[in-house]
Design a protein around this ligand. Structure first.
Ligand SMILES: *Cc1c(COP(=O)(O)O)cnc(C)c1O
Length: 522
């Protein structure tokens, strides 16, 4: 193998390097440092702090629970400790370090203002069991955010409590089930387009529905005729992502809703991609009955590393009476009210099913999302959508001569650009492109999703990336794509410059090693 970077320097291969590579003693490469666990670093059981010898007698009541030997805590000086954690932090790619072009994830800049607001003691120190009259301000924040979500989507009410997108889907589909059952018309089937996010069919099945796929047209949108042909008295509704996971706006959405309603069903919209249309289109005007909003995508609350998420579900007038409590509804006077068990009757709320969660939801995400909304205003949010779409189209049109864009002819994309592996040399794959980007210093895009496209690469730049930043990313993506077209064998072994080489993806996902055991206990 012959790997040379732009400056002509040939790297040595640390741990995980393929056989035959030179191995450095430390595993370090340049200023990328291998870092042992803190237990492995610690030598003498010293500490950075000297405690005075304790003259007190051990408490007799502890008896046999008294510690016999020192606790095996690593003994490190302050300097060693700071370096350890700083080095670890440098091995973690983060949104504050570079772009995160993960399609369908909407990895946005997290404004520091949001963080400051969320840390105000009145919000950060709330306890869910605090007496109601001590949390009026927090409830006001929830109501204010609910007002904005209702207003931006053109819907009638919102259940704020679901914990993330998939949980919101479950909430929305349970509302559809409750509304149908209230009419004595329980149905069995939910229709889901074949390009849907995996959570959609999973939600439908979890809620007790049989899932049937609707095909896509050649241009990557829901096949309206096929959908209409399948509608009937057994169909509870559809779950449609708009903009869809091919990065396209479903132009037939209103026609889809009208047909589903005429057949007695309801329309669920997966709103994870709301970032592309916020302030431009109101899903309520398109006939949507229920839609989750990922605050951790569209409204910039931090995500990654497992959460936390927040997935409020907006509901149409028809589904509002069936939302889970606590529920936020807009009355005819335009005011948003919080509906709970004690005032449900006043709002003709059916309490059809229990709560989705014990309390009100993700307060920390509510404060951040409201700070984001208020600091942008309605015009600013529309600008967010326009810039996100512009950025994605810039990437699409700057790379489609090298990377196959399967729906490049279907008109402008929304906030993400979709490519396939069709233009790569034989034996080169989407995975090679993703790993090659790591060597270029970029987090890879979403790969192998959506499933309707072979070797899919879904690139979402978000609106805050500058033109300069996009140009750097495009140059790198084009460079890696060119290598994959030319059959550059070294690309198969990328990444070469990361702390870890190419992992066994299956083993890494299924059997991650998350604990450390001292060698003696192995
Ligand atoms: C992210 C996403 C979901 C799921 O949302 P979570 O908050 O991760 O549960 C559903 N559908 C689409 C299209 C998404 O992008």
């Amino acid at each position: 193998m012959n790997v040379v970077n732009a400056s002509g320097w040939k790297p040595s291969m640390g741990e995980g390097g393929t056989s035959g590579d030179a191995v450095t003693a430390s595993g370090d490469r340049g200023l990328m440092l291998e870092e042992p666990l803190i237990f492995e670093l610690a030598g003498e059981p010293t500490t950075g702090v000297d405690f005075e010898h304790c003259e007190l007698e051990p408490i007799a009541a502890l008896d046999k629970h008294l510690r016999k030997a020192p606790l095996a805590l690593p003994g490190l000086s302050e300097g060693e400790t700071v370096r350890h954690y700083t080095r670890l932090s440098r091995q973690n790619y983060a949104i504050d370090l570079g772009p995160f072009p993960l399609g369908s994830c909407t990895m946005k800049h997290n404004p520091r203002l949001n963080e400051k607001v969320a840390r105000l003691p009145g919000f950060a120190d709330l306890h869910p069991l605090q007496p109601g009259d001590t949390i009026r301000g927090a409830l006001e924040v929830i109501n204010e955010l609910a007002f904005w979500l209702i207003d931006l989507t053109g819907m009638s009410g919102v259940a704020m409590s679901p914990k993330a997108g998939a949980h919101g889907e479950l909430c929305g589909v349970l509302c559809i089930r409750a509304a149908l059952e209230a009419k004595g018309d329980a149905r069995e089937v939910l229709l889901v387009p074949e390009s849907a996010h995996g959570t959609n069919p999973a939600t439908a099945a979890f809620a007790g529905y049989r899932v049937e796929n609707i095909p896509a047209t050649a241009e990557g949108r829901v096949d309206l005729d096929a959908l209409k042909a399948r509608l009937g008295p057994d169909v509870a509704g559809v779950m449609i992502t708009n903009p869809n996971t091919c990065g396209l706006f479903e132009r037939d959405m209103k026609a889809i809703s009208d047909a589903v309603h005429a057949a007695g069903g309801y329309v669920y919209c997966d709103g994870a991609n709301f970032n592309a249309i916020v302030g431009k289109v109101r899903p309520g005007d398109l006939g949507v009955d229920a839609m989750h909003i990922n605050l951790h995508k569209t409204f910039s609350t931090p995500h990654g590393g497992g959460g936390p998420g927040s997935g409020p579900v907006v509901l149409s007038e028809a589904l509002c009476p069936y939302g889970p409590l606590p529920f936020t509804a807009k009355t005819a006077d335009g005011i948003v009210h919080l509906v709970e068990e004690d005032n449900a009757a006043e709002f003709d709320h059916k309490q059809a099913f229990g709560r989705m969660v014990a309390f009100h939801g993700q307060m920390g995400m509510f404060t951040r999302a409201l700070a984001y909304i208020l600091s942008h205003g309605a015009d600013g949010l529309r600008q967010v959508a326009e810039d996100a779409v512009l950025n994605a189209n810039y990437i699409l049109r700057s790379c489609e001569d090298l990377l196959d864009a399967p729906f490049g002819q279907s008109g402008p994309c929304m906030h993400e650009a979709l490519f396939s592996d069709a233009s790569l040399a034989e034996h080169f794959s989407t995975l090679d492109i993703a790993k090659g980007l790591i060597d270029e210093g970029f987090h890879p895009m979403t790969v192998y999703f959506p499933l309707v496209v072979r070797g899919a690469m879904l690139v979402e730049p978000t609106e805050t990336e500058s033109k300069k930043g996009l140009d750097r990313f495009i140059a790198s993506l084009r460079h890696v794509a060119q290598r994959a077209r030319d059959g550059d064998e070294a690309l198969h072994d990328a990444p070469h410059f990361a702390p870890r080489r190419r992992l066994d993806e299956t083993q890494a996902a299924r059997k991650p090693v998350l604990t450390w055991k001292p060698a003696a206990e192995d």
